[in-house]
Design a protein. Structure first.
Length: 164
């Protein structure tokens, strides 16, 4: 059996509005709980805001895990380093092209109106480690794989992968 296994974890950059929402929800929850020591209805609102703050925190601390196993790329979303949720599974055979985000190989695909999904860190670094692949004629997927994963995908589909 000749299986290839590559795993890679990418931390998603937390948007500024999520950071502000996290701080605001925690502050409001604490204020209403303290106010609830005097007025009982404020305690109920404080508890509800505490639950809201928990869910805001869970969804603001986000990582993507890429798992490549034998011609299949699986993307999982890891929420607050505690919960894992499967987001997508891609068959490499249905992939049309895999190239860096700013590659000239993607020029033929610029006018397509495919649905775009971003499973990368969400920030542009120098040099940009993000890659784009078009999947099954329906999706444009942005990922941030490591060099080992690119090599593994190149072994399966060498004419579809570009590293320029």
């Amino acid at each position: 059996m000749n299986e290839t296994y590559v795993e890679w974890l990418v931390k998603r950059k937390t948007p500024t509005y999520m950071k502000l929402l996290r701080i605001l929800s925690i502050m409001l929850a604490v204020c209403f709980v303290l106010l609830g020591l005097i007025f009982v209805p404020a305690m109920i609102i404080g508890i509800i805001l505490g639950v809201v703050a928990y869910f805001v925190y869970q969804n603001s601390d986000l990582e993507y895990e890429y798992l490549y196993v034998d011609k299949e790329l699986t993307v999982d979303k890891v929420l607050a380093k505690s919960r894992r949720k499967r987001v997508a599974v891609f068959d490499i055979g249905k992939m049309e092209i895999l190239a860096p985000v700013k590659s000239w190989h993607l020029d033929n695909y610029k006018n397509r109106t495919d649905k775009t999904v971003d499973y990368s860190s969400g920030e542009e670094k120098q040099p940009d480690p993000r890659y784009v692949f078009y999947y099954d004629g329906r999706q444009k997927v942005i990922i941030e794989p490591n060099e080992e994963m690119i090599k593994a995908i190149t072994m399966v589909a060498p004419r579809k992968v570009f590293k320029d």
